[in-house]
Design a protein around this ligand. Structure first.
Ligand code: PLP
Length: 448
């Protein structure tokens, strides 16, 4: 327990065993009434948060490198976001942007279309979650192309509503019992750490894409029936995989060749997390449709589906949602964008670089760390039983996650055996160093 950090409010301080008595009591009540489908990996019961620090109901302080699953981009309760929310809440809470007008909806849409890569007119549809943004993208792609099928990727996560779930190719528990899905064909996503021996990163990326043209399109999937290819620029829940740029260029080429739309799901990788506003900017590829959620409003439920204007021309009534574009969430999003542009995105790039600099040699230093990868504050650490076999070690990953929690650091898993670091974009160097030191200590203990 890092009691030596107790006097520093920017670092963790644990004063009870975990979970503490209040947390334990709430968890017991939770287990009696909440859906059994939730996946809590350690017993954190939140009381309040400021910046990258979370306090639990027993007064323990944690450093948050999970950010509510990569959501609170500007940190917990950023004063500017809170003020924007309070001011808007005092004016009106809801009016349904689907049937009425309000200026903040226009303001945010105007800013988003300017930020998306590619110099083409675009339009925005607002929803409430990542899954909803992807549902809108799927429906729009079908409507625009008149085609019914989709291509997505193994390891992908796009949400759990029926359309988004059909794209998701991450864990079988997410799919079991929910068939039939939409017609989606999954192909491999590049994993440069696990590429075949002797293959270059670019060759591996081409191999993944070749499955589409050389196998699927020639055998079971007529290209002219495919409405869209849906891809995460960096695969998130699948393990924080950064593909070679060539992968994205090939997808763009194939989409153009066969009249297929290219949809980028930037729900996790967008909004400055990678040090650029959108991860696609690292690869120099312009998508037809982009979906955003998570970090867009620093924790309020909001999502956006942004499409080329010539694609988003469906008629009134074709798609809408009562709560989509809630004015309080929009106010939070406008404040979030200001903060990202005023320095947090730059901070994500700098602190992310510092974290990677300190962690890159972990595979040489720790026998259970196979790979460290990422961009900005989207960093994955893959745990293996040993370097030579690269055998995935999900139980070691879970142990690392829990030990970090016991030392006051909140992290989450991604994919079968990866720890993801997705802290709020406000973290400073001292907090970054604390996280690295803590994880190193845990890894040393696990090896011992
Ligand atoms: C890339 C991606 N798309 C979509 C989703 C689904 O978002 P939500 O949980 O808000 O529906 C997620 C959630 O983790 C995600 O990471």
């Amino acid at each position: 327990m890092p009691t030596e950090t107790a006097a520093n409010p920017s670092l963790p301080s644990l004063s009870t065993s975990l979970p503490g008595p209040k947390a334990r009591a709430i968890i017991e009540r939770d287990h009696a009434v909440l859906s059994t489908s939730y996946t809590r990996c350690y017993p954190l019961v939140m009381r309040r948060g400021r910046g990258a620090i979370v306090e639990d109901v027993d007064g323990n302080r944690f450093l948050d490198f999970a950010a509510g699953i990569a959501v609170v981009a500007t940190g917990h309760a950023h004063p500017k976001v809170v003020r924007a929310v309070q001011e808007q809440a005092a004016e009106f809470l809801h009016m349904s942007g689907t049937d009425f007008y309000y200026e903040s909806m226009v303001q945010l849409a105007e800013r988003l279309v300017k930020l998306i890569p590619g110099d083409v007119p675009r339009r925005v549809y607002f929803g409430n979650s990542g899954a909803e943004a992807n549902e809108a993208a799927l429906k729009l792609a079908r409507y625009h192309t008149g085609r019914d099928k989709f291509v997505a990727f193994f390891g992908a996560f796009h949400g759990r509503t029926m359309g988004a779930l059909s794209l998701t190719g991450s864990k079988v528990t997410q799919r079991r019992g929910f068939h039939p899905p939409l017609p989606v064909h999954h192909i491999p996503y590049p994993n440069t750490y696990r590429r075949p021996a002797g293959s270059t990163e670019a060759a591996h990326a081409l191999e993944c894409v070749r499955v589409l043209e050389d196998q699927l399109f020639r055998t079971i999937l007529p290209a002219e029936e495919v409405a869209a290819i849906v891809v995460e620029p960096i695969q998130g829940e699948g393990g924080y995989l950064v593909p070679p740029a060539e992968f994205h260029h090939q997808l763009r080429r194939i989409a153009d060749k066969y009249g297929i739309l290219l949809i980028h799901d930037e729900v996790q990788s967008g909004m400055g997390r990678t040090g650029r506003m959108f991860a696609a900017e690292h690869f120099g590829v312009v998508p037809d449709i982009v979906t955003l959620a998570k970090g867009i409003a620093s924790g309020l439920p909001l999502s956006a589906t942004i499409a080329r204007a010539d694609i988003m021309n469906w008629p009134p009534g074709a798609h809408a949602s009562t709560f989509g574009g809630n004015p309080v969430a929009l106010a939070a999003a406008l404040a979030t964008l200001d903060l990202l542009e005023e320095g947090l995105m730059q901070n994500a790039a700098e602190i992310g670089e510092h974290l990677l600099h300190r962690m890159r040699n972990w595979p040489q230093r720790f026998r259970h760390v196979g790979d460290v990868r990422g961009l900005g504050l989207m960093i994955g650490i893959e745990l293996v039983t040993d370097q030579a076999s690269k055998q995935r070690a999900p139980e070691l990953r879970d142990r690392l996650e829990f030990r970090a929690f016991e030392r006051g650091l909140l992290v989450l898993g991604a994919g079968p055996n990866t720890i993801r670091l997705c802290p709020p974009l406000v973290i400073d160097r001292e907090q970054a160093d604390f996280a690295v030191d803590t994880l190193e200590q845990c890894l040393r203990e696990m090896e011992g």
